[in-house]
Design a protein around this ligand. Sequence first.
Ligand code: WTA
Length: 631
Amino acid sequence: MAEDFDVPLDETTIYHADASCCAEAMFHDYTTAYSEFLRDPDGFWNNIASDLQWFAPWDTVLDWKFPFARWFVNAKLNITHNCLDRHVSNHRRNKVAVYWRGEGGRERILTYDHLYNDVMQFANGLKSLGVSRGDRVCIYMPTVPEQVVAMLACARIGAIHSLVFAGYGAAALNQRITGAQAKVVITADASVRRGKSIPLKPIVEEALIHAPTVEHVIVLRTQSPPVSLLPETEIDYYELMDASPKGCPPEEMDAEDPLFILYTSGTTGAPKGIVHTCGGYMVGAYYTCKYILNITDNDVYWCTADPGWITGHTYGIYGPLLVGATIFMTEITPDYPDPGIWWKLIEEYGINIFYTAPTAIRMFMKVGEEWPDKYDLSSLRILASVGEPLNPEAFVWFYEHIGKNRCPIVDTWWQTETGMHMVTTLVGEPMKPGYAGKAIPGVVADVVDREGRPVPPGQGGFLAIREPWPAMMRTIYNDEERYRKYWKNGEKPYYTTSDLAVRDHDGYIMILGRSDDLIIVSGHNIGSAEVESALVSHHAVAEAAAIGKPDPLKGNIVKVFVILREGFEPSDKLTHDLKYHVRQTLGPISVPAELDYVTALPKTRSGKIMRRVLRAQELGMDPGDISTLEE
Ligand code: WTA
């Protein structure tokens, strides 16, 4: 069956990174590594997991009862023991764990020992507020070292953290706090962005109006004069820390206990609370940092993702700490004070591994190579990308102007739900611009048709994962039905990614985009349904439809079509108000870039908006099968 997303396979130029950058690759070659994994998958994961320290070993590596998996059955561990204790008890005690840079040249340096002590003391602070194993803690903070401490402190005592990106608005935050029934919220007075401070606490206050489970709010205060706190419920971050004893033994967690919840936008209804567990997630994060990003002991590693996203969890914090790396993190945006700032930071800190997103690369392309050319980027060994397809032009620019025709580019395909890398090109393997690569050892990927049958090379299909993997989500918080929908049990079971893909004759996978109504804007997932419901919550709006429209810089932008209620007329002022309303509700990343007023929307006879038809109309394409379209 030919699909409308079939793409012709052009001849692609193949790139080979310089041998000097690949000398420390963990896999000798893909084919051997992959066949070793296939020969004995349990043995493969058993070996990786054995690098880490466990309080009690597993009885079996995997217990798989479709669609539910348990990994490292009955093993006991604490991820912070592996991120911290394991290092401070050996040669990494005084190694830098985190370099942090703020705007205006502010710098903070935390050694492993320092981080370890802060985490334990803050963990005791959480305990003193009544937080214990299994309780949910919402973290809504800017990118500062305290955010890392807060996350690890939760993990230390077995509390389940749920980070919410600090760019989300009050309604989105409320939905995530109440969804997880959080007991405590950890926040800051403000974040700093492009020379301005952006208040966070008022957003939290608004979000807490209807959030009955929250007992305490911990506030990191950075501004002067300090913001005032409500005596019964709000407490200063450092006062709590200082009042707490030092030293806190790690809680012994079962491998299958939840480690965190992270909300991600769905195509319908409320966001989904993706649940990751202690054992499998730890093994997946460790494995991919070591074998895919190839982080070694001497590297200074920078992942530009905010810790509020899954990339920030796995590759900003947990993974690099598991391998004992030095992390560089910053609140500095790529264009402030000028578009050379990130290259300046790479030079200054001698960054070796740089993991970023296509949208940033395209922004840098636009402003020109004179910016990176001002700085010495010779410390770089490996470049990596995530979040959306890395288009060939951006690949080539990144390769030539940042990697100087030396560094491999690891284009990693994965999801909040997968917890870890799934498809990419291993360091040292030939790279094809536009193609993420192949399933990594440990993962079985396929491109299938609607019935789950593999499609031949060159034919578009749905990207599917055939076998469970350790860092897979275990469920959706309080919504097992929604979890089950990810797995299909055809001839052979598989996990549905909702991404469209095509494979070439060498097995390289190109990601073509989403097959559902998720819009990826600058690498961030935005649900059409979320934007639509934010719009209809405005008194002037009767109905709304949101679609993604391709954009050369952001990958996609959100475009909305709005039907007004009786008595309202389209105007520039109203357009501005509607965009502002979405901003207040969901946050700046979800604001529609384009807004059209319409008098009707294409719908099925059962009344569902056919976004596909709107999208086709917008792009001047064939709408495909419209037999279900209402007259
Ligand atoms: C997209 C981010 C192409 C994809 C880790 C996926 C990508 C969604 C890539 C998950 C990539 C992520 N190439 N597309 N290298 N990486 N995507 O949950 O559509 O924020 O399903 O996880 O981003 O987004 P999420």
